[in-house]
Design a protein around this ligand. Structure first.
Ligand SMILES: *Cc1c(COP(=O)(O)O)cnc(C)c1O
Ligand code: SF4
Length: 344
């Protein structure tokens, strides 16, 4: 765990627990210069960061920056969000729609690839822009679920009785307001064959104050079974506020799982992965998937080879309980589920 946090992050910005999550979203750090200043990092990192943030904006909540180690350019949290020159290099095999999602849209805002479940692109926004994100080139502006598009999406679900589970995805679905999400949850609960509401979100990790009473009220009162799949990549991401947020989700009878992306320089050691699983379990979230990086343009420098990934997971199995070992998976365009990577 980190021992030192950035001086000034709390004091200069007067962030208090009473700041609403919306205010914290609005106060995200988006200027690379500001980020380097808050962390006492060398200005030599600036030109590349400015350059790379032109194609994919930099965006980081201050409470996330507060979990980084001051003065450490290799901090595992910083590495996930600091724009680098390498992002601009074109690398063979890394494309703009690695998962083939852009032609799996039966209607705006819906991605239906697997049997029994589908994704609703509930919000194009995120609290944080992760540099490795496989959706960094996704045409969100064409996939906003509102008005007529929302109605069409709901009709699509109504007319497909095989759909048991609706997964709110994004962007980050929890970037949407509780008012909108409550309406959506109610509309989904009105469809009898829908049994489960799942939310894929990074917000309770990067901005844990998002887990509000209001959110727990609509999530805790639906007839649907509820599952939240968090996205946490490093034990240092889990601080006291994150633990409180997860504990509150569990109190509302929500199943809490976690998925991680295997990232070079961030979590590609057995020690980092075991610490992450232990920290997640301690906080009340079960490891679900460990994803090989999706081959999206701009993220090649995060890639860990399949062989190294297999070694890492075998290493985990030798060091921790079986239930702490996530399933190593890869998303391959055109497949009918995630692909499990065998370990031997
Ligand atoms: C990952 C994913 C799901 C969920 O898959 P599970 O294996 O059930 O977690 C559903 N739809 C799409 C399009 C996905 O990419
Ligand atoms: S969709 Fe998830 S991984 Fe991508 S930028 Fe948003 S929070 Fe990060």
């Amino acid at each position: 765990m980190i021992t030192r946090s950035a001086p000034g992050v709390h004091t200069c910005n007067q962030q208090t627990a009473s700041d609403s999550w919306q205010m914290q979203l609005a106060n995200c750090v988006t200027q690379p210069e500001k980020l380097l200043e808050l962390l006492g990092l060398s200005p030599s990192l600036l030109p590349a960061a400015v350059n790379a943030s032109k194609t994919f904006a930099m965006r980081i909540p201050r409470s996330y920056i507060a979990r980084m180690e001051y003065g450490n350019p290799n901090d595992p949290l910083l590495k996930q969000v600091l724009p680098l020159e390498q992002e601009l290099q074109e690398v063979a095999g890394f494309g703009i729609d690695p998962l083939g999602e852009q032609d799996k849209n039966p209607t705006e805002g819906v991605i239906h690839k697997y049997h029994g479940r589908l994704l609703l692109i509930t919000s194009g926004a995120c609290a944080v822009n992760c540099r490795f994100c496989f959706r960094r080139h996704f045409p969100y502006q064409d996939n906003q679920l509102s008005g007529r598009h929302l109605e069409e999406a709901l009709n699509y679900i109504k007319n497909n009785r095989s759909i048991r589970e609706v997964i709110l995805s994004g962007g980050d679905p929890l970037a949407a307001s509780d008012r909108r999400l409550r309406q959506l949850a109610e509309a989904l609960a009105d469809i009898p064959h829908v049994k489960v509401l799942r939310i894929h979100t990074r917000l309770p990790i990067v901005l844990p104050d998002r887990v509000t009473d209001d959110m727990l009220s609509w999530l805790g009162s639906t007839r649907l079974k509820t599952v939240i799949v968090l996205h946490c990549n490093h034990a240092n991401e889990i601080n006291g506020n994150v633990k409180t947020a997860i504990a509150r989700l569990k109190q509302a009878d929500i199943t809490v799982l976690n998925q991680t992306v295997l990232l070079k320089g961030v979590n590609d050691t057995v020690v980092a992965l075991v610490e992450l699983s232990e920290a997640l379990f301690d906080a009340g979230a079960m490891p679900y998937y460990l994803h090989l990086l999706d081959k999206v343009q701009g993220a090649a420098h995060f890639d860990v080879s399949r062989e190294s990934a297999q070694d890492l997971v075998r290493g985990m199995m030798e060091r921790c309980s079986g239930y702490l070992v996530p399933r190593l998976v890869q998303e391959i365009a055109g497949k009918t589920s995630k692909t499990i990577i065998p370990l031997n």
